[in-house]
Design a protein around this ligand. Structure first.
Ligand code: TXA
Ligand code: MG
Length: 326
């Protein structure tokens, strides 16, 4: 299959491009597109044959459920039921945005989407091209991250191309995504509500809106499926310079990379050094590109400074630790 590439500019949308992409979706094929978090791989969620293509293109196990991207809360309500009041409050506050709510599914959600589970995740992305595409297609989109399973989520059209060129019908290129890490995933099917995956909507944000109702899930059961990307490079997270120096000394002679949040003392053995001067939001935005670039540079060990595990730092630190396999 020859993948077609279409440019989109969220500030001045080209209706023709959106129409073309929506037509591909309606015909039952796959379109990758930018969202506020990462690139999604979209299919008509109500067309089982189309959804099947997502699993095939990504090499995704069938037992890993997909989320639905919608263009309004009203649309989401056609697919979820028994909605607690707190869900309304969160939608009011955080939609459109990087928050996926897992709620009891209606019969309208095909089995293949929810992998046989009784619940489904729904999200309204904050990205004009994504919203226009969903609206124009007239159906919710099944949309996991547009990477091959086991690779970091894509934050640019180049990342999607690297993974999926020739395997999907089209890629909408809207440049780098704003947040760079996947949405917060909140299970609202029972109380206390559990954060299955941290993201840009933090536990502190949720706590402010619905005090005392949210906990972070421990890393068991469903969350096991979340820890999936594994770069080739060995990631070594560190919290202090002393810890890093000591651990680095033991890797003397290997090809080393280093990512720090401030300008550190010079380490002569480091081949590739990145300083994240813009704090955790820049760290999140660049994180998956850093994993991919380190692999391209054939770095053997990548030392990554852990941000403090609070607010957005939690989501960044969680992903660094996941990638490190710890
Ligand atoms: O930011 C995002 O959420 C991106 C953009 C494209 O919207 N999408 C995304 O989808 O990250 P995906 O499929 O790569 O990650 C969704 C995660 C998966 O790990 C899946 O196991 C989990 O959500 N998930 C989906 N439905 C679920 C359900 N019903 N219950 C528990 N976990 C679920
Ligand atoms: Mg994914």
């Amino acid at each position: 299959m020859k993948t077609i590439y279409l440019k989109v500019n969220a500030d001045s949308l080209d209706d023709k491009v959106i129409e073309q992409a929506a037509l591909i979706i309606k015909q039952g094929d796959l379109v990758a597109f930018p969202t506020d978090t990462v690139y999604g791989l979209g299919a008509d969620a109500l067309n089982e044959t189309a959804v099947q293509k997502i699993f095939a293109a990504k090499g995704r196990p069938q037992d890993n459920p997909l989320i639905l991207l919608v263009s309004s809360w009203e649309q989401a309500c056609d697919y979820v039921r028994d909605i607690p009041d707190e869900a309304h409050a969160l939608v009011e506050k955080f939609w459109p945005g990087p928050l996926t709510l897992v709620l009891p599914a209606r019969e309208t959600v095909p089995d293949i989407i929810r992998a046989g589970l009784a619940q489904v995740g729904v999200r309204m992305p904050s990205h004009k091209a994504a919203l226009a595409l969903i609206e124009k297609a007239g159906v919710p989109l099944a949309a996991p991250s547009a990477n091959v399973s086991g690779r970091p989520s894509p934050t640019s059209a180049e990342h999607v191309k690297y993974d999926l060129d020739g395997r999907i019908a089209a890629i909408l290129d809207g440049g780098s995504t704003r947040l760079g890490i996947e949405s917060t995933l909140l299970d609202m099917t029972s109380q206390p509500y559990r954060i299955l995956r941290s993201g840009a909507i933090t536990i502190e944000d949720l706590e402010q809106s619905i005090p005392g109702k949210v906990i972070k899930a421990d890393n068991e059961a469903p969350a096991a499926k979340l820890a999936h990307y594994q770069p080739r490079v060995k990631i070594i997270p560190f919290a202090s310079n002393d810890e890093m120096s000591e651990s680095m000394a033991r890797r003397y002679g290997a090809k080393l990379g280093l990512v720090t949040l401030s300008e550190p003392t010079v380490f002569p053995n480091v081949e590739w050094h990145l300083v994240i001067s813009g704090g955790v939001s820049e760290y999140g935005q660049r994180l998956f590109d850093i994993f991919r670039t380190a692999d391209q540079h054939q770095i053997e060990y990548l030392f990554m400074e852990l941000p403090e595990s609070k607010e957005l730092g939690q989501a960044v630190a969680d992903r660094i630790k996941q990638a490190a396999g710890s």
